[in-house]
Ligand binder design. Structure first.
Ligand code: 5AD
Ligand code: SF4
Length: 474
């Protein structure tokens, strides 16, 4: 049922706040029974977009009276799932089994599942059949209704399932609990219209919808007032931002407006589709003092024949020309990428083509994936699926080149002093801080934890493969 789609965004927001108060009554009753504040844990699988969604879930849970923890022993555990590749799904099933055993010992424990994987009918069937202990299941399109769903869960006897096929609704101004006080992701658009033939995202995240620029800018200003210095603008394909707005605007224009926000120090964005990357964007990046020197530009394959079958709408030559233009215009730019090996019909010579592009572009980092067949996508129905051992051979060959190239690229920074945003105390050695350079490279250096959230100059002393050991320059 999608009756709520008839409300305006603002009316829907108000409605959800009423449900938050109602959910709070249930949480208070539980607290009285337990004689302590109930805890909840939001576990995120997948991309930055999911991480941001989890912050929205956490915001509502906190408001409803839960204490947030990272421990899955919590009274309420919610998995925000990903389904881009099958191994993500398998991980969820594995860990869910474990949650089920915990629930046997602690019957008041509640378990909820949401995110991309829940948009697949076969998944819901499996959960309804074999994972009856799950209390609440919802999808990507009705996440803004989480408060209302929480109340339904408290009032229901069995499993509550609410999945929508699509939505055109964007609901603003719901509470958000940020993971980091000094940096934040911001959704600028939802969904994807590209239908790359291997990809399930357009089916589970729906059609492309851009947020109004005023809403985005207002959110960023509020974040900056709250101490945020670095933002990441999020969308499946940020380069096509604004096309479906009432008053269309380009992504480059949006960036120009974001740049003007006083107090904001760094701007990142993710992800760019090569086919939509404009000269205007390159120009804006070049002139900007805030846009970070990092571009994630998924290649997927370096073979024009495979790119065509993938429905990527660019050729190997188009991509190489674009990368050359970026290198010429912004010499200190780090370029990273995603590559898939084993797409149906791929031959060793296609992998050679991909390797050749990696060598020419000189990526600072590349995420390499083995093709995963996703039910319902055009590629899943292709007959020429590649045998596992052939995929493995191509994957290993590619990975070696990717790692060697990335090491060489990262080593080029040695001896420079560059600004790093201090993000946390190092996990292995608490005398060290971990910072991130504008180009996304990580550097560890001695320093006091009071520097967390600051941008400080660091001398890049020793290169250790993909990261640096450095020294704080005062
Ligand atoms: N198999 C393997 N990798 C995939 N990706 C998307 N769909 C698939 C799939 N079916 C990869 C792409 C994308 C990244 C987020 O995940 O490289 O850029
Ligand atoms: Fe998937 Fe292609 Fe859309 Fe990226 S651009 S989410 S790979 S369909």
């Amino acid at each position: 049922m999608q009756i709520t789609d008839k409300l305006t965004g603002a009316e829907e927001t108000a409605r959800q706040f009423v449900y938050m108060d109602k959910a709070k009554e249930y949480v208070e009753r539980l607290a009285a029974k337990l004689e302590r504040r109930p805890t909840c844990c939001v576990t995120t699988f997948g991309c930055q977009m999911n991480a941001r969604d989890s912050e929205k879930l956490a915001g509502i849970l906190e408001r409803a009276g839960y204490e947030l923890t990272e421990n899955e022993e919590a009274d309420f555990v919610i998995y925000n799932t990903c389904t881009v590749r099958d191994n993500a799904n398998q991980r969820v099933y594995g860990r869910l089994g474990h949650l089920g055993s915990m629930k046997k010992k602690n019957p008041h424990k509640k378990i909820a599942l949401c995110g991309c994987m829940m948009q697949e009918p076969a998944v819901i069937e499996k959960l309804q059949k074999s994972y009856r202990f799950v209390d609440l299941i919802f999808g990507t399109h009705n996440i803004y209704k989480f408060a209302e769903l929480l109340v339904q869960m408290f009032e229901a006897d069995g499993m509550v399932v609410d999945i929508w096929e699509d939505t055109d609704q964007i609901v603003e101004d719901l509470p958000i609990e940020r993971k980091y006080p000094f940096k934040s992701g911001i959704n600028i658009m939802f969904g994807c219209n590209n239908f790359c033939s291997y990809c399930i995202v357009p089916y589970v995240r729906g059609r492309e919808r851009s947020r109004n620029p005023e809403d985005i800018l207002r959110e960023i200003r509020a974040l900056v007032d709250d101490g945020v210095v670095e933002i990441m603008l999020l969308g499946q394909n940020v380069n096509s931002y604004g096309k479906n707005l009432e008053h269309p605007m380009s992504f480059a224009q949006l960036l120009r407006e974001v740049e003007k926000i006083e107090g904001l120090k760094r701007i990142r964005f993710m992800t760019s589709h090569p086919k939509d990357l404009s000269d205007e964007l390159i120009e804006v990046m070049k002139q900007s003092t805030k846009i970070c020197r990092h571009l994630h530009l998924p290649l997927q394959s370096g073979s024009t024949r495979i790119l065509k079958a993938m429905n990527r709408k660019y050729t190997r030559e188009d991509y190489l020309a674009l990368a050359a233009r970026l290198r010429k215009e912004i010499p200190d730019l780090a370029i990273t990428t995603d590559i898939i090996v084993g797409f149906p019909g791929e031959e060793p010579c296609d992998v050679d083509d991909t390797i050749d592009v990696v060598k020419q572009v000189q990526y600072d980092n590349a995420f390499t994936f083995i093709y995963s067949k996703r039910t319902g996508t055009p590629a899943a129905a292709m007959e020429n699926q590649v045998p596992g051992e052939v995929v493995k051979e191509g994957f290993d060959r590619l990975l070696k080149v990717v790692q060697d190239t990335a090491r060489e690229r990262v080593a080029l920074l040695k001896g420079q002093t560059l600004d790093a945003l201090v993000e946390e105390v190092n996990e292995q050695d608490d005398s060290l801080l971990t910072g991130r350079l504008s180009n996304n490279t990580i550097v560890h250096f001695k320093g006091d934890r009071s520097l967390i959230g600051e941008i400080v100059p660091v001398y890049l002393k020793e290169c250790h493969g993909f990261y640096y050991l450095g020294e704080l320059v005062r």
